[in-house]
Design a protein around this ligand. Structure first.
Ligand SMILES: *Cc1c(COP(=O)(O)O)cnc(C)c1O
Length: 241
């Protein structure tokens, strides 16, 4: 298992580097979030041994459990193992308002803010906990009826509301492409997200920290990097097989 994971991880890293070279970007401009949702605990530890420190989960219960397992692992490691001091957890999946309080102390970035009500909950819980979480606004860039994500037409308005909230920091956008083999349809979604991202960057309320574009998964991260992703979220390409 160990070798398989390090091999697949290397393949992903190599592909990121070669796409970046082709489109004149630096690999350091693309943050790889390793999505551990379908990984065994041992497998998650293995990617950390390989130097990965950005990890993602899409469900709160699982995020709580695995993040505490991993922090035990990091603390108990012996001196022969050169492990990072800590890892950063990304909450990438749909977030219910009643789960916000549990996520805030764990997540370094919440990718999935797509309604005003959720944002208000984050803002008020964060205020009570004396935190100021970084969040991304999830945008529905595909024409098909996606369950989550603010429609493109409503995105500027919601972003302005997020920018004005004192206890959270809107640092960019997240999107998911439709599940299809049609690469043009996938690319069109990523282009739409980038255009919206550029538009919002130009907003008066946007700060310098508004700089992240989270898009691309195992099936489509190369297209996402071509189209300007600064964060990609990859699971099965590393853990399945
Ligand atoms: C599971 C998941 C991913 C990773 O998907 P893979 O196809 O396994 O790479 C990325 N983003 C979100 C929101 C997910 O739920």
């Amino acid at each position: 298992m160990k070798n398989a994971i390090s091999q697949r991880l290397k393949e992903v890293r190599d592909k990121i580097a070669s796409v970046c070279a082709r489109v004149n970007r630096l690999p350091s401009e693309v943050k790889l979030v390793v999505v551990t949702k379908a990984a065994a605990e041992e497998a998650a530890k293995e990617v950390i041994r390989q130097g990965e420190i950005e990890l993602g989960e899409n469900r709160v219960q699982r995020l709580s459990r695995i993040s505490s397992q991993i922090s035990d692992f990091l603390q108990s490691s012996d001196e022969n193992e050169k492990l990072p001091e800590k890892v950063n957890w990304h909450m990438i999946g749909h977030l219910q308002r009643n789960k916000v309080q549990g996520v805030l102390p764990i997540a370094s970035l919440i990718h999935s803010v797509d309604t005003l009500r959720l944002a208000e909950q984050i803002n008020s819980s964060a205020g009570k906990l004396n935190l100021r979480p970084k969040v991304l606004m999830q945008v529905n860039t595909s024409e098909e009826a996606q369950k989550y994500g603010v429609p493109v037409g409503a995105a500027v308005y919601l972003a302005e509301q997020l920018f004005s909230m004192p206890n959270l920091e809107l640092v960019g956008l997240m999107t998911m492409a439709p599940l299809t083999r049609d690469k043009n349809a996938v690319r069109a979604c990523f282009v739409r997200a980038r255009e919206l991202f550029v538009e919002l960057k130009g907003e008066q309320m946007a700060r310098a920290s508004f700089k992240e574009l989270s898009m691309g998964m195992s099936a489509d991260y190369e297209i996402a990097v071509e189209e300007g992703a600064t964060i990609i979220r990859v699971g099965s390409a590393i853990f399945a097989g």
